[in-house]
Design a protein around this ligand. Structure first.
Ligand code: ADP
Length: 427
């Protein structure tokens, strides 16, 4: 039986998309994450039955007009894929400026979908993001007193989300307060109708706990568009009971050898590299200074790895301690060092696939982007969680021999033994 996706999501950055996808899987929806808007012809039909599709954009801090265009392209693709309800996902600290991009993108999506009402709710109570009387709190602090006031790109100096959003849109912004949300879905639905009668088109919704997220999910079952952080996703799958495919975190099998690619210098990654080496995992170091000097490290790494792969995972690492990174950056420049490492690790990953590797742990956000792009991965099926925020994923495509298992770990995530324990979750 063919199964159309129910929920189509547009996320304004990559890790935010992964966060949302993980949330949906946890709540029972089988979810695929696409890396950018799929280009016609390059992406075949999504092979697996899926309940939700999340398109990861990089639209948080680009000019508003570009963010709008990218979001509308994502919406058009999701509509074609058959999605019934849409979700615009932004950061739980509402990262934006008076120019956008939350307001302009929400506006454009509403117009394209043809809806006159949506909500705005970045709350994620489990991570300390709560909204009360329209004010966003980060832990015990108002957003405007939190570290977010110093953010280099999107400084948040006003905690009143009604005001913040109103500066970004011509549509009238209102509030659904805590007492209404705590009275349950029916009370919230009545309030939404009353606000619409007043001409309000976007309602910020108070949410101080997971119960509020469940109420919001139930009350918004029939809204064509929601705008929110990843928290609200907790309350949506309940609306699709009986329609989802089940076994939300199952992954198609992968067959092949294993490698860890580490291009993150974050402290958690440094420890993970040390623990993996101490446990006996063979390691090859990619030194940016040698890359800059023209040494053929890609070829050397691949020649080193080939005879070892049959015995278990190998580790290719550029991870270095802060003083060493500083020395390298002073010598060849921060950007050049980063690019040389990313490019070398991506080429090594491609060579490892040619040598038969099909299961990768990759450490580092930028590093993951470079590797995934070099391997031609257009989308990921989201599987079981290894540690909070890091699931196993499988590359899209129906060819069993070509499929890759990928654990894409952002720098500071994961326990010390991440590089050795992650494999236990794969068959
Ligand atoms: P994280 O998620 O920890 O921030 P990223 O992969 O996003 O990791 O970023 C790490 C950056 O540092 C990448 O651009 C990578 O190429 C670069 N890098 C990795 N190792 C070194 C090194 N030894 N010296 C300088 N830069 C490095």
């Amino acid at each position: 039986m063919s199964h159309k996706p129910l929920l189509g999501c547009i996320a304004d950055d990559f890790t935010g998309a992964t966060d949302l996808a993980g949330m949906l899987v946890k709540a029972g929806m089988r979810t695929v994450q696409m890396i950018g808007v799929p280009i016609d012809g390059q992406q075949g039909p999504i092979a697996e039955d899926v309940d939700a599709i999340v398109i990861a954009l990089k639209s948080r801090t680009i000019p508003a007009a570009e963010a709008v265009n990218a979001s509308l392209a994502a919406l058009a693709w999701l509509t074609d894929a058959g999605c019934k309800q849409f979700y615009f996902k932004y950061c739980s600290t509402f990262d934006s400026t008076d120019r956008g991009n939350i307001g302009p993108v929400a506006d454009a999506l509403m117009t394209a979908i043809g809806t006159r009402f949506t909500i705005a709710c970045p709350a994620f109570p489990e991570n300390g993001r709560t909204i009360f009387k329209g004010h966003l709190f980060v832990g015990d602090l108002l957003l405007s007193d939190s570290g977010m006031r110093h953010h280099p790109l999107t400084p948040m100096t006003d905690a009143n989300l009604v005001r913040v959003l109103q500066r970004q849109t011509h549509r009238k912004v209102g509030l659904i307060p805590h007492d209404v949300v705590s009275a349950g879905p029916n009370a919230m639905r009545r309030k939404m109708a009353a606000l619409q009668a007043e001409g309000i088109e976007i309602a910020v919704v108070d949410a101080i706990d997971n119960q509020a997220l469940m109420t919001i999910g139930a009350a918004c079952a029939d809204l064509p568009l929601l705008t929110a952080g990843s928290g609200v996703a907790l309350g949506l799958p309940q609306n699709f009971t009986g329609l989802t495919t089940g076994g939300a975190d199952r992954l198609p099998a992968t067959r092949g050898m294993r490698a860890v690619i580490s291009g993150s210098c974050s402290s958690a990654t440094q420890e993970q590299v040390a623990v993996a080496i101490a446990s006996g995992m063979p390691a090859f170091t990619v030194d940016p200074l040698r890359l800059a000097a023209g040494d053929k490290l890609v070829e050397q790494a691949l020649a080193w790895a080939e005879p070892l792969l049959a015995r278990g995972p190998v580790l290719v690492t550029a991870t270095a301690a802060p003083d060493q990174v500083k020395r390298i950056q002073d010598a060849i420049g921060t950007e050049r060092a980063g690019q040389l490492v990313e490019q070398a690790l991506a080429e090594i990953a491609r060579g490892l696939v040619a040598a038969g590797v099909r299961q990768f742990v990759v450490a580092g956000g930028e590093t993951s982007g470079a590797v995934v792009s070099a391997l031609g991965v257009s989308g990921l099926v989201i599987g079981p969680q290894i540690d909070p925020g890091v699931p196993w994923t499988a590359s899209l495509g129906s060819d069993d021999d070509a499929r890759l298992a990928l654990a894409l770990k952002s720098g500071n995530f994961g326990s010390k033994d991440f590089f050795t324990k992650a494999w236990d979750l794969l068959q």
